[in-house]
Design a protein around this ligand. Structure first.
Ligand code: SF4
Length: 294
C-alpha cells in the first residue's frame, strides 16, 4: 500500500484518525513487511547517520576536483562572529546543508534523502532543531516518515532523478520533503504539510541539472542550501496559514512534465547551464587533463 498521491495520504490519515507520520509508517509496514519496531529502528539509524555525518565534518577536506570543501566552517565562523543575516537557526541550516553536501562530494558517508546530490537538505532543517533541544529523536523520526511519504509520492508521480527531471527532481523534491517534515515537527496539520511541500517544489520548478565536469559538486553543494532555506520559508508560510494555490499532487505532476520538457543538455549531462559556461568548461578540461596525466 504505497500512496500514489498526497490527497490519498491525507485522506487515509483523516479517515483513520491518525497522524501523517502514522499513515506513512503503516504504508511502509504494508510494503516492507517489517514490524513497526524494525521500521522505526531503520529510521532511527538513518537519523543517526545524518547526525554522524555532521559530527564527522572535517573542514580541511577537499573534493576530488578541489572545488568543494571548508565552506560550512566559514559559515559557522561568520555566524559566531555575528556577521550573518537571518538569525541563529538560518545560519545553522546553511552550515548543515553545506556540511552534508560537502561530505558527499568528499566521498564520506551520507543518507541519500532522496538522492546523494540533494542529501544536505533534509538534515539541514532537522539537525538544528535537535541541537537546540526543540525536537526529540522520536519526533524527528516521525518527521522523517512524513518526508518519506512526500518523497514516495514524488517518485511515483514524477521522478527523483536529475538525469530524468533536472535538479527540481532532486533538490526540489528534497526541499518539498524537508518543508513537510519541518511543518509537521512544528505542529502543522496534514493539509499544512502538503501546502508546505507544494510551495517548496513549486518554487524550484524548472531548476536544471548542470553539474560542472559531471561531478556532484558545483552547483550541487550550494543548491542544497537553497533547498533547505526554501524549505524553512515554505514551512513558515504553511504554519502561518498560507495555502498553496496549486494542490501538491498537481505541482508534482507539473514537475514531472517540466522535467520531460527539459533539454537533455539540462539533465545531468554536464552539457548545459553552469557546466557549459566558459569557466565550467575550463574546469572540466583541467580535470580531464589532470586525470590523463597531462
Ligand atoms: S545539479 Fe544535478 S547532480 Fe547536482 S544536485 Fe542538482 S540534480 Fe543532482
Amino acid at each position: 500500500m504505497s500512496f500514489l498521491s498526497c490527497a490519498e495520504m491525507l485522506t487515509y490519515a483523516h479517515e483513520h484518525s491518525c497522524t501523517l507520520a502514522q499513515a506513512v509508517l503503516r504504508s511502509d509496514l504494508a510494503e516492507s513487511r517489517l514490524t513497526e519496531e524494525a521500521s522505526r529502528a531503520q529510521m532511527r539509524r538513518l537519523w543517526q547517520v545524518m547526525q554522524q555525518t555532521s559530527r564527522d565534518y572535517d573542514p580541511s577536506r577537499r573534493s576530488r576536483s578541489g572545488l568543494v570543501g571548508g565552506d560550512a566552517a566559514k559559515v559557522e565562523q561568520a555566524a559566531a562572529q555575528g556577521r550573518l543575516l537571518g538569525g541563529a537557526y538560518l545560519s545553522a541550516v546553511t552550515a548543515e546543508a553545506l556540511k552534508t553536501a560537502e561530505c558527499n562530494a568528499c566521498m564520506k558517508r551520507i543518507v541519500a534523502a532522496p538522492t546523494a546530490g540533494s542529501c544536505g537538505v533534509l538534515p539541514a532543517v532537522l539537525l538544528p532543531m535537535a541541537q537546540e533541544g526543540q525536537a526529540s529523536d522520536e519526533a524527528i523520526c516521525d518527521a522523517l516518515y512524513v518526508a518519506a511519504g512526500f518523497g514516495q509520492v514524488i517518485a511515483a508521480r514524477a521522478t527523483l532523478a536529475g538525469a530524468e527531471g533536472g535538479c527540481q527532481a532532486e533538490v526540489g523534491a528534497a526541499s518539498a520533503m524537508a518543508a513537510a517534515a519541518l511543518c509537521y515537527l512544528k505542529g502543522g496539520t496534514a493539509a499544512a504539510c502538503a501546502a508546505a511541500a507544494a510551495m517548496a517544489l513549486g518554487n524550484l520548478l524548472g531548476l536544471v541539472c548542470d553539474p560542472v565536469a559531471g561531478l556532484v559538486e558545483v552547483p550541487c553543494v550550494k543548491r542544497n542550501v537553497v533547498g533547505a532555506v526554501n524549505a524553512v520559508a515554505c514551512a513558515n508560510m504553511a504554519l502561518a496559514g498560507i495555502d498553496s494555490s496549486i494542490p501538491c499532487d498537481e505541482v508534482i505532476d507539473a514537475m514531472g512534465r517540466v522535467g520531460r520538457q527539459l533539454s537533455p543538455d539540462l539533465r545531468e549531462t554536464g552539457a548545459g547551464g553552469l557546466a557549459a559556461t566558459p569557466t565550467g568548461r575550463a574546469i572540466a578540461r583541467r580535470l580531464a587533463a589532470e586525470a590523463g596525466g597531462v
